[in-house]
Design a protein around this ligand. Sequence first.
Ligand code: A2P
Length: 338
Amino acid sequence: MAYRVAVVGATGAVGNQMLEILHETGFPVDEVYAVASARSVGKEVSFGDDIRLRVKDLASFDFEGVDLALFSAGSSVSAEYAPKAAAAGCVVIDNSSQWRMDPEVPLVVPEVNPEALAGFRAKNIIANPNCSTIQMVMALKPLHDLWRVKRVAVATYQSTSGAGQRAMDELFEQTKGIYMNREPQPKIFPKRIAFNLIPQIDRFLEDGFTKEEWKMRVETKKILDPAIDVVATCVRVPVFVGHSEAVFAEFHEPVDVEEARTALDNFEGVVVLDRPEEGQYATPVDCVGEYAVFVSRIRRDPTVENGLAMWVVADNLRKGAALNAVQIAHRLVDDGYL
Ligand code: A2P
């Protein structure tokens, strides 16, 4: 059995990776459609080394007969077109934040809560979580199974690719410009990103947190356990690809660092890189193109009763977005839903 698959947002940073990973992982495709805005009609994108796909315009694209659509074209596009695709019988896996907190839409990290997939027929939409949430819950899940997470404080160091291709271009142009004495002109980011940090991702909410920080809290509850409290500070850093996180987790039961290391290393999709004395720990550059979530610097937090501190890094375009979406697609096939 093979499937007709559409990638919506195929010209973007995540869409490009969706096509690459569908190909790399051998997803059984009968036909693949690359879909984007009218601006991209006439362009071509790659599917594997040999196949070029001509981009189609979403506004006139017919989802009838398409089995599966992976969306990564922003929330407003998903709000309008995901229900249309779903009504045409196409299963939508949506990378935007539009549907994540809808009680009828499963929010899934396949290694963490595959059982949540079961309810997807209510809307025919499955949501892919926020990139920072995905890598954090991957690192928390094996520890939650051991000692139950009570509270997490996290600071993120998020790369520009999380804001899309044009955001990566902005970092590149500003960096080049600074060497030529050109004053940086922020367009995508609220402030200069080259040689700088921005403690704002998404908009501010009434309580002083940003929407990105809120997403980490509510999505972790939905995916892992509603009893877990999360407080986050999300920061954009001048890195092209790869999100990093300093995670401080408190547990209900006493923890052990060696046991944590073993449980993390045994968990599917997680790799422990933790020999700091030999210079072994993950940095975002090391993780580009990788599928795994890397955990380093695992240590006891001596300031609380049952606490661990750790450093968690992943390719945000892959496990944080496209890979997770494609893994959901594989799961649908493997579990007989497609
Ligand atoms: P396009 O290149 O035609 O604008 P990124 O996150 O890297 O910025 O990518 C966003 C993706 O979403 C691109 O593929 C972009 O296509 C697509 N997109 C943005 N707005 C729309 C829209 N209104 N209709 C269809 N695709 C859209």
